[in-house]
Design a protein around this ligand. Sequence first.
Ligand code: UDP
Ligand code: MG
Length: 325
Amino acid sequence: MQSLRLTVIVPCYNEAAVLPKSAAVLGEIVERLIKDHQISSQSKLLFVDDGSSDQTWRLIQDLETQNPIYSGLKFSRNFGHQNALMAGMQVAGPVSDAIVTIDADLQDDPELIPKMVVRFKSGSDIVLGVRNDRSSDSTFKRWTAETFYRLMRKIGVQLVPDHADYRLLSQRAVAALMRYQETNLFLRGIIPQLGLPTSKLYYQRQPRFAGESKYPFKKMLAFAMDGITSFSIAPIKAIMSLGVVVIAISLGMLIYAGIRFFTGNVINGWTSLMMSLWFLGGIQLIGISIIGEYIGKIFAEVKHRPRYIIETDDYSQAQQPQLVA
Ligand code: UDP
Ligand code: MG
């Protein structure tokens, strides 16, 4: 390919502590690739400020004035990591032959980018960065991540273990991805479903060099829950099986009580009555809440709300409903 326009998309949420260094490191890599004629001189780094409340946006603006390879987008508020990636791809996708998404904290080895470009040139539409191991994670994070991947596999969602959101996508892979219209997009689960030529590159993930993780446990749990309920109704089926088991147990209890009744040993069973009442009540509540989770998802999807609002966009020019001639 002659001149490959590459855009490196970097989601940033309160990343002022890491941004100067990561912008320099990533900028150096992109400039090196341009100098070596690996990619076109129109290639860019695109920072998506996901509603930061610190100096992140000011730093991005400074970068923009320093060097034309830097550019930025600013969300009106925090819309989340996945939406920041979507925005980057929606904006850069049509004008890039390939895009790379990478976190702002340099935990993912940026030296993989040139290798991703080589893979792209030899025909991969999707190049996934996969971690060698999880040694840079806490035991707790490692355990929760393992459980999550195992659970997802069990319910039939094909995820690539230890691959997060560090990847290269070709223009047509981005275009294919944009056809998935759901508001709640779980990128890691959808991308393997595109079915385009895919390859993997392995790397060692580093600990964060500054700043704090923007994924506290609560956010991680919500993310995992989203991943599961976006792809599978296995939890609803599990509740169904549980219901069958409970009914079988209660039938057994009924038979037992009947035998006792006819043999003259009437049970004065307050305990068993209360037990089954609470037990069944609990199961019903769980069942309802799981169904509620899915209905909530449907509710969110049918509203067709935008995934994000870009503060710097001019929404007065937004598309008006077309009148049919
Ligand atoms: N991020 C974001 N919006 C959020 C949370 C995180 O854009 O609401 C960005 C964050 O700035 C970083 C990337 O997503 O570039 C990954 O976040 P982080 O490094 O905190 O996650 P971890 O590596 O701890 O899983
Ligand atoms: Mg990180």
